[in-house]
Design a binder for this molecule. Structure first.
Ligand SMILES: Nc1ncnc2c1ncn2[C@@H]1O[C@H](COP(=O)(O)OP(=O)(O)OP(=O)(O)O)[C@@H](O)[C@H]1O
Length: 296
């Protein structure tokens, strides 16, 4: 099915794909630019893939995509071709390190940064058509609190907030959590502290944010973990390689491996969330299979 048909179909009831397992969809966001969302998505994705999990990363920074550069990939087709109908989603997926699947976004196309709601919905819905085996989808969002960032966060089951220990990052992280909670009823977030000096600083950063969210919002903010500031990390980014691939024993690579292990312990929430979701059919399929096994 082409993209335009999907866009037209988006308000219709979805069909169920019962035999495919649900996909854990994790949005990586943070409000402030430059806190490390893209490189975290890339390295967490490779770490999950290296642990043997079928993993895909999606560059959802629609106007200024750069996830593919983390792997030195030069895609011919990207999401803009899916949206204009000249390519299908499955045809633009690239293979990265350890078999990681990479969905390249478009760069330098201003119209991509302001998709209509129907286009955003069609894009999210297009993932439900993929029939390949998949366990994790990591969604690298743009900076800011734009309608796209909000749509992609709402379409994921888990939202990871990346923050650094600078006032602007903490303020933006709080503002994003507030908007997602008060305007979109998202109640569960995971804090990932990046570029910290050590584990204690990561935890302190979490506690600072928690003090504010506990005081003013009704949300569950859990601590995902920390990634240290690591010159090797930056070196790997400059060489367009994943740090977990290039320097697997350096401090940040070790942190990514434990974060990947931690992520695999998160329960998969299946069943409709009330929002348009990535892989909705698989989720509905799993929910109805669960009902069948309970009643059967
Ligand atoms: N833990 C770290 N140690 C050292 N450098 C880091 C670390 N995390 C990120 N960086 C560096 O910070 C810069 C910004 O990272 P990145 O592009 O991933 O951020 P971003 O949040 O995706 O940015 P944008 O909002 O522009 O999309 C990169 O040069 C990256 O190498």
């Amino acid at each position: 099915m082409g993209y335009s048909e999907l866009t037209r179909e988006v308000c219709l009831p979805v069909k169920q794909v019962a035999n495919l397992r649900p996909v854990q969809v994790v949005a990586v966001t943070g409000g402030k630019g430059g806190v490390g969302k893209t490189s975290i998505c890339a390295n967490l994705g490779v770490s999950l893939a290296r642990r043997g999990h079928e993993t895909m990363v999606l560059d959802a920074d629609l106007g200024l995509a750069n996830l593919q550069f983390q792997f030195g990939l030069r895609p011919r087709y990207n999401l803009s071709h899916v949206i204009d109908g000249s390519a299908k989603l499955e045809d633009i997926i690239l293979s990265g390190p350890a078999g990681l699947k990479v969905v390249p976004g478009a760069s330098g196309l201003s119209h991509m940064a302001c998709l209509t709601r129907a286009e955003q919905a069609g894009l999210i819905q297009a993932f439900s058509e993929l029939t390949m085996p998949l366990e994790y989808l990591l969604v690298d969002t743009a900076a800011g609190i734009t309608p796209e960032v909000v749509s992609f966060a709402c379409a994921a089951q888990e939202v990871v907030i990346v923050a650094c220990d600078v006032p602007a990052s903490l303020a933006d992280a709080y503002a994003l959590i507030k908007v997602l909670n008060l305007e979109h009823q998202i109640g569960r977030f995971h804090l990932l502290a990046n570029m910290v000096k050590g584990p204690k600083e990561g935890r302190r950063l979490y506690e600072k944010l928690l003090a504010v969210t506990d005081r003013f919002l009704d949300v569950l903010l859990s601590y995902f973990g920390a990634i240290p500031f690591d010159p090797q990390f930056h070196k790997a980014v400059q060489r367009q390689r994943a740090v977990v691939d290039l320097f697997p024993r350096c401090a940040s690579a070790v942190a990514f491996d434990s974060l990947a292990a931690e992520l695999t312990r998160w329960p998969i929430t299946s069943g409709p969330s009330g929002f348009l979701e990535f892989f909705l059919e698989r989720s509905l399929g799993a929910a109805s299979a669960g009902e069948r096994s309970q009643t059967g």
